[in-house]
Design a protein around this ligand. Structure first.
Ligand code: AHR
Length: 541
């Protein structure tokens, strides 16, 4: 009786803390907490693979919702502490992630953006409707502000040019304005606008989703358009630009086939977009925060599909580019849920839970595995939009579970992939029943219960990331390192008792990494106890 009352009190406290109705709290029972499964891992330190391009940890910032305005840019006169208009708290948090590359200004917005609107005195810049996402863009954040942000973050710029409503001339002139050191009108205009030295622009995208919002083109048509535009992307004053073509999405393999067969010579990269929707139904995607195990499971089933897409798009690329000169740039990925009640439809603001952290860990592990072809990936998007690192509300900021995964995983940036052999049981959805919107077929799908990736950094440290997809069972993982015998282990774990644990403006520290203590070194074996629904990153020396 007394025990039951304590349990009820605990539940009531959780409800008060999270604001959820009791039936929506997804915490494992005491019995579930104690169950575990066995798994084995061999880490082949003696068989190093490709270098994990640090650009796999890229970000994406579109003029959309409250990402640019409010999330990053508050203006110099704002009460929110800022440096030249960019908010200090957000930039400070993002710096910790060592963002290697930042894609801007879209997305769909890229194909309606005219760069001349965003230069010169801010009070003279035109106000334009944001036709893709609603509202009016003041153009206060333009080329100089974006490049200032990149310099503050230490990130390379990936600018996405306008094909849909622009011209080759407009694109060519933007590049000259950005990168030329000549005594030309456009370079002098940049100087008059406050920037003497040209910037370095390593990546330039030719349109976005040209099969959809970027112009509804057929691949044959876009292949020709791409070749035309790419011709006018010039290298000035020692700058070397990689030209990136607007690529496919999901399993649209014909797009990749046509682009590679007709335009591979003119490109350095071809993009791929894939979003994880729990239901796969764009009209009813599923809630970001109110979900049970069926949606948890379905989300991970959907997430894992990206591996098949990468394999099959890469196989097509291999036919035309066996040397792997052209990179597969996964320049939009992440979770996409239904809009939150009371939020603006076009703002794409969503909360972020432990489920998103697990999605991020799984995706990054997959990108590592295909590091020989995947050279850039940009999670969508950096602040206040979709699977964001950071959420803001006026002067407040919270770091999301996804942010913490990017911080924990930053050790893999630029490290050498170390192959692994994992043997672990599958994770299947229990018989708990279905939730509306989750197709029945998903309930029987089996997925791996663990996802792992290992790398060795330039200083010889071995890094191991382990994601436990199973929300109720811990993993007893026995790992051996072939070609090495680590003596010390340190690490962090990100987990929580609820699947939908999240950080809110009132409770910003509900979920954050803790020191990982579930390991033992025994002879040459490493015994790890990986909690249910967790992301663990270890350093072995
Ligand atoms: O990230 C949001 C949107 O998703 C982008 O603007 C577009 O490229 C994609 O469809």
């Amino acid at each position: 009786m007394h025990r039951r009352r304590t349990a009820a009190l605990t539940l009531a406290l959780i409800v008060i803390a999270t604001g959820f109705a009791p039936e929506r709290i997804i915490a494992p029972s005491r019995a579930q907490n104690t169950t575990s499964y066995q798994a084995r891992l061999v880490i082949h330190l003696d068989q190093p693979g490709a270098v994990i391009n640090r650009n796999i940890y890229g970000q994406f910032a579109e003029h959309l919702g409250r990402l640019i305005y409010e999330g990053l840019w508050v203006g110099e006169d704002s009460p929110v502490p800022n440096t030249r208009g960019l908010r200090n708290d957000v930039v400070g948090a993002l710096k910790e992630l060592r963002v290697p590359v930042l894609r801007w200004p879209g997305g769909c917005f890229a194909d309606e953006y005219h760069w001349r609107d965003g230069i010169g005195p801010r009070d003279k810049r035109p106000r334009r409707p944001n036709a893709s996402w609603g509202g009016v863009d003041t153009n206060a954040f333009g080329t100089h502000e974006f490049m200032d942000l990149c310099e503050m973050l230490g990130a390379d710029a990936y600018i996405n040019g306008n094909v849909g409503s622009g011209s080759p001339q407009e694109m060519m002139e933007w590049i000259e304005y950005l990168t030329s050191d000549a005594d030309s009108d456009l370079a002098n205009l940049r100087r008059r606008n406050g920037r003497v030295k040209p910037w370095r622009i390593p990546y330039f995208g030719v349109g976005n989703e040209t099969w959809g919002c970027g112009g509804n083109m057929r691949p044959e048509y876009y292949a020709d358009v791409y070749r035309q535009y790419a011709t006018f992307i010039k290298n000035h004053s020692g700058n070397r630009i990689q030209r990136l073509a607007s690529g496919s999405h999901d399993d649209n393999y014909n797009w990749t086939e046509v682009l590679m067969s007709q335009a591979a010579k003119q490109m350095d990269g071809l993009s791929l977009h894939y979003y994880t929707l729990p239901t796969s139904n764009w009209r009813k995607k599923g809630s970001a925060t109110q979900f049970g195990e069926p949606e948890w499971h379905a989300t991970l089933v959907r997430t894992l599909r990206i591996e098949e897409f990468i394999q099959k798009h890469s196989a097509i690329m291999d036919k035309y580019d066996p040397q792997k000169r052209v990179g597969l740039m996964v320049d939009e990925w992440g979770t996409w849920y239904d809009k939150e009640p009371g939020r603006d439809m076009g703002a794409l603001y969503q909360q972020n839970t432990l489920r998103d952290a697990v999605v991020a860990g799984v995706n990054l592990n997959i990108f590592h595995k295909y590091a020989d072809r995947v050279r850039i990936s940009n999670i969508a998007q950096m602040v206040n939009v979709l699977q964001a690192m950071v959420l803001t509300d006026k002067e407040k900021m919270v770091l999301t579970p996804t942010y913490y995964v990017f911080r924990m995983y930053r050790v893999h940036q630029g490290a050498t992939l170390i192959p692994t052999d994992l043997s672990a049981p599958d994770y299947k959805l229990g018989t708990a029943g279905h939730t509306q919107g989750v197709p029945d077929t998903l309930s029987t799908a089996s997925i791996p219960s663990l996802s792992v990736s290992a790398s060795r950094d330039v200083e010889g440290r071995l890094h191991l990331s382990v994601v436990n997809l199973d929300p109720t069972r811990a993993a007893d993982l026995v790992a051996t390192v072939s070609g090495g015998s680590p003596r010390t282990i340190t690490g962090e774990v990100l987990t929580a008792s609820a699947m939908n644990a999240m950080n809110t403006f009132d409770h910003p520290n509900t979920i954050k990494p803790a020191r990982f203590q579930g390991f033992k070194l025994q002879d040459s074996q490493l015994l790890l106890n990986i909690p249910a629904k967790s992301v663990v990153v270890l350093e072995l020396k």
